[in-house]
Design a protein around this ligand. Structure first.
Ligand code: ADP
Length: 534
């Protein structure tokens, strides 16, 4: 263990590492002069390595790791200047501080060396210890500063990159508007949001204004100008039109800074894409509107038969009170009862539909399968209430094309009846009293059932949406309806493992197709299913 030295200062000195000097000079005398001068410096401790030629300079430098290279220009093989040029060409910069040593009258060489990155020069014939110490400590200091500067620039760039990364992963763009120069500086994310090619970060403000949707331009200008005038930050939303034609919603915030005369000089702000959020809002609004529409249609549908029933009974009572004996007339009585029965069954259908919707949406639609004959079911439907509808005066002619053999399968009789009745009812309601055709065909695995009418038809854009809840075709507005029947039918068909679709053209009628497997294990593939998430 080292004994304590009583002459050592009582306060420990901050350890200072030695400055390493690499001397490349073929003159022993010059090298020694420099070393002696530096050793005389009591404030700094130096370590030296001496080389007589520049050969293998890089290898020695790599091992010794000098802080400073003192390079004689007049070396035997390669001049100091040439060597410097080679170093710069190879590495792009000098890895240590360099001082060029030249003879008197060679200042031009020294200047040349400094252009290449040397920090100073020593004129050999005028070497004094003070001059040597001064030049070397100044060069080391300068090099240290340069290195710190490069390092901090590097750190700055690094943190800028990290900030950009963080901003772009958060989807937040940054911008700066040079107000007097009318120029906009954008971060990478802002460029992306505005659809500018990357790296074009500075642009005239007009470029940006051209991106803003024409309908939102004025409001945005007002928001920005008000923010500048009132010195508070602004926050508002606007649309932009991107070069590929898409429209996005952006949310913008910004605040201005002012010079000492109170002139606004700069505005800084952020941009974020809020298109998804806006779409959700729009969908929510649309859902609320469709819910309100549904409630008003549903209450209308409920009220119409109820009002009609009330009117009928009021008239009936009034007549009874007046002693009008015609109310006891059999025909009149039958008419009233038939009307009442129709209104009540309409109400029943509506209530059934509502219950079905609630079953489907809560996943409670369960089939009660039984082996049954489809053609028999169709016959029953046609002979039941449906025939009455088809047989009304002026009503459509009905063509039924059923195969002779039995078409059987494990289906839910009541549910299939519901689908077929709905399609037939629709063919009457939207069929404009023209001919209706029912067609059934089957192979060993599937049965295909279709109802064709020659009525108003359905525009292409409505053909898939009519299978959604509460959706109706634009040209059906004259006919009352809730848009529930096809949705329920589709869910029933899907539950059977089948599919339902329509082929139609406005003014030319519609054909609704239902295809279901005849075996419970067979599932439909490849048909145009208009399925909806329930
Ligand atoms: P609703 O008839 O009560 O409105 P549906 O769900 O049965 O409900 O039908 C949805 C929509 O599909 C109808 O409103 C109508 O626009 C259209 N549609 C259904 N069947 C036909 C058809 N045969 N011809 C023309 N449009 C039809």
């Amino acid at each position: 263990m080292k004994k304590p030295d009583l002459h050592e200062p009582s306060l420990p000195l901050k350890p200072c590492s030695a400055r390493k000097i690499l001397l490349v000079d073929d003159s022993d005398f010059d090298r020694e002069s420099i070393i002696r001068a530096l050793k005389g410096d009591r404030t700094t401790h130096y370590e030296f390595q001496e080389l007589e030629t520049a050969e293998a300079l890089e290898k020695h430098a790599a091992a010794f790791k000098p802080d400073l290279l003192i390079l004689d220009h007049d070396l035997p093989a390669l001049s100091g200047l040439e060597l410097l040029k080679q170093l710069v060409a190879k590495r792009g910069n000098l890895p240590f501080a360099v001082i060029m040593a030249t003879g008197a009258g060679s200042e031009a060489i020294a200047v040349e060396a400094m252009k290449l990155g040397a920090l100073d020069y020593l004129v050999k014939d005028q070497l004094t210890p003070e001059r040597v110490r001064e030049v070397i400590s100044r060069a080391l200091e300068k090099y240290e500063l340069q290195r710190n500067l490069v390092e901090s620039r590097h750190l700055l760039e690094q943190s800028q990159r990290r900030l950009e990364l963080a901003l772009s992963s958060s989807g937040l763009g940054i911008w700066e508007w040079d107000i007097p120069g009318n120029h906009l500086y954008c971060s990478i994310e802002t460029e992306r949001l505005l659809g500018y090619p990357p790296g074009t970060c500075s642009r005239p403000l007009e470029d940006f204004s051209q991106r803003v949707h024409p309908e939102d331009l004025e409001l945005r200008m007002i928001a920005v100008n008000t923010a500048i005038r009132t010195r508070i930050s602004h926050q508002h939303e606007f649309r932009i039109s991107l070069p590929d034609g898409t429209i996005r919603w952006l949310s913008e915030g910004g605040r201005a800074t002012y010079d000492f005369l109170d002139n606004p000089i700069l505005m800084r702000g952020t941009l974020a894409d809020i298109t998804e959020q806006k779409n959700t809002e729009e969908n929510l609004k649309a859902a609320l509107v469709s819910r309100d529409e549904f409630l008003s249609i549903a209450s209308h549908e409920l009220k119409t038969p109820l009002t009609s029933l009330r009117l009928q009974s009021q008239i009936f009572l009034r007549r009874v009170k007046r002693g009008d004996s015609s109310v006891y007339n059999k025909e009149k009585f039958i008419e009233i009862v038939t009307h009442t029965d129709r209104q009540v069954s309409k109400l029943n259908r509506l209530v059934d539909d509502m219950l079905d919707i609630s079953r489907i949406t809560s996943g409670r639609l369960v089939l009660e399968r039984e082996e049954m004959d489809l053609c028999e079911l169709i016959q029953e439907i046609l002979q039941g209430g449906m025939s009455e509808r088809f047989n009304l005066a002026g009503f459509p002619e009905l063509h039924v094309n059923l195969p002779a053999e039995r078409i059987t399968g494990p289906w839910d009789r009541l549910r299939l009846e519901q689908v077929i009745s709905n399609l037939l009812t629709n063919s009457i309601r939207y069929g404009e009293r023209k001919q209706v055709e029912i067609h059934v065909e089957a192979d060993s695995s599937h049965v295909l059932f279709s109802v064709k009418d020659h009525g108003m038809g359905i525009p292409k854009e409505d053909q898939s949406k009519i299978f959604d809840r509460f959706e109706r075709s634009v040209n059906a507005s004259e006919v009352s309806g809730l848009g529930l029947g096809l949705f329920i039918s589709q869910q029933i068909v899907i539950a059977h493992g089948g599919s339902i679709w329509v082929s139609s053209a406005p003014g030319q009628g519609s054909t609704f197709f239902v295809k279901i497997p005849r075996d419970i294990t067979v599932q439909e593939v490849g048909e145009p299913l208009n399925r909806v998430a329930v």
